[in-house]
Design a protein around this ligand. Structure first.
Ligand code: ZN
Ligand code: FE
Ligand code: FE
Ligand code: ZN
Length: 264
């Protein structure tokens, strides 16, 4: 079983469970490694209501240490953050990168301007917008995030499909420029299995995106985006099948922001 690097903690205010329960779930699933990557603080605070505050970073480090104590050498516990890609955030990400001995930083596009478009709270806004224009904005933002070079892993590539709004026609026109940017950045992407449990009912990214990413040589990880211990490694067998069908033969592991590969 690959690693699961994209998992949350109660510090983000919308996840549950103790570190011991997450580690036990990772061991039970037979994961190679377990990584924590909770929603990173954003400035100015309070930024929104679904992330830890800067002042809670020490609690986050303590949470990771509790996970390490529970694992007691039985499984590597990796330390990461899920950072929001926001206009002009590079300096803040560099600051966060120096706060701990991270194994990886994950970059996510949840915001287009001031709209966290994946938040069910603002579902109404989807009814007022032009889906094609939102997709164009999203993929341009995603490519810029890749080009910034500040992240190791790029999260849930086509999260913009979450509530089911998908433009008509061939989606390669959105995928191709983004994959070019990702491939030249050297960042890994993830298959995020949480998408199977959202209105889109499909893992992120779509099979076609994955196939193009594989051809372009983009490294891959598989992630659950668990917000509860019961979700650790959720749907990993199906995700492995999806990866293999797209042409992938390996996933990658991170330690101290250095990458190595592991056969699928
Ligand atoms: Zn979350
Ligand atoms: Fe996310
Ligand atoms: Fe997440
Ligand atoms: Zn996420």
């Amino acid at each position: 079983m690959p690693a699961d690097y994209h998992t949350h903690t109660p510090l983000c205010r919308h996840a549950e469970g103790e570190p011991e329960a997450y580690v036990d779930a990772a061991l039970a699933a037979g994961l190679t490694e377990y990584g924590v990557a909770d929603h990173a603080p954003c400035l100015p605070e309070p930024f929104d209501d679904w992330r830890m505050l800067e002042g809670e970073l020490p609690d986050y480090f303590a949470w990771i240490e509790r996970a390490r104590a529970r694992a007691n050498g039985r499984i590597p516990i990796r330390a990461g953050l899920e950072c929001d890609w926001l206009a002009g955030c590079e300096g803040w990400i560099a600051d966060l990168a120096g706060r701990y001995d991270w194994d990886y930083l994950i970059g996510s596009v949840h915001y287009l301007g001031d709209w966290d478009f994946d938040n069910p709270k603002w579902l109404g806004r989807w009814g007022e917008c032009d889906v094609d224009a939102v997709w164009s904005h999203y993929w341009k933002t995603y490519a810029a995030m890749a080009e910034s070079g500040v992240f190791d892993i790029l999260a849930h590539p086509d999260l913009v499909k979450k509530f089911g709004g998908i433009p008509a026609g061939d989606l390669d026109r959105f995928y191709e420029p983004a994959i070019d940017a990702i491939a030249s950045s050297g960042c890994a992407i993830e298959i995020n299995t949480a998408g199977w449990h959202k209105p889109c009912a499909e893992a992120y990214p779509a099979p076609r995106f994955l196939e193009l990413a594989c051809s372009a040589g983009v490294p891959l990880v598989i992630s659950s985006d668990a917000h509860h211990p019961s979700e650790v490694a959720r749907d990993f067998p199906q995700a492995i099948e999806l990866a293999k069908a797209a042409g992938y033969r390996e996933t990658v592991l991170f330690e101290k922001r250095k990458r190595k590969s592991e056969t699928l």
